[in-house]
Write a protein that binds this ligand. Structure first.
Ligand code: GTP
Ligand code: MG
Length: 137
């Protein structure tokens, strides 16, 4: 068993899709370890996505990610990182497979409904960005 980190992004929260998305996550066998609703400042969104700071979409991405509340979560399942990336689908919803969360709920390559960590190492860093140790049980 291991863990991954996810956030339901502002577009999906604003559209009222967070309940349906959480239901898909639980039905796929993930246990919710930690969950909250929070709005990032643009600066804090910039820290989260610092790895993309040289990319042309960085300013738009951090504006979007701070535009409304998000729902960060830590999730637990065997093979969590890879299985979760499969459940959410490709970054660009136009390329996402049928039945994936992004195919169902993403609006664009930027407003793409949900995040999923890309490695075990990053899932730990990202979970710790939002949750104190005593919240991660
Ligand atoms: P995350 O799970 O959110 O990390 O998505 P990802 O791993 O599928 O994509 P990546 O880490 O490469 O990019 C992070 C986020 O930046 C994406 O989820 C999008 O919201 C946004 N993004 C990525 N590529 C583009 C792009 O070409 N244009 C725009 N406008 N946004 C992008
Ligand atoms: Mg990524």
């Amino acid at each position: 068993t291991n863990r991954t980190f996810t956030m339901i992004k502002p577009d999906a929260v604003a559209d009222g899709n967070s309940g349906a998305i959480i239901k898909m996550i639980e039905e796929a066998g993930f246990r919710i370890v930690a969950l909250k609703k929070i709005q990032l400042t643009k600066e804090r969104a910039g820290q989260f996505y610092a790895v993309h700071s040289e990319r042309p979409f960085y300013d738009g991405l951090t504006t979007y990610m701070s535009s409304g509340p998000i729902i960060p979560m830590i999730l637990e399942k065997e093979n969590a990182v890879a299985d979760f990336r499969k459940l959410i689908g490709a970054t660009n919803p136009a390329q996402a497979e049928d039945g994936t969360i992004r195919k169902l709920y993403a609006k664009s390559i930027e407003a793409n409904a949900i995040h999923g960590s890309d490695s075990d190492e990053n899932s730990k860093i990202e979970g710790d960005f939002f949750f104190a140790g005593i919240e991660q049980y």
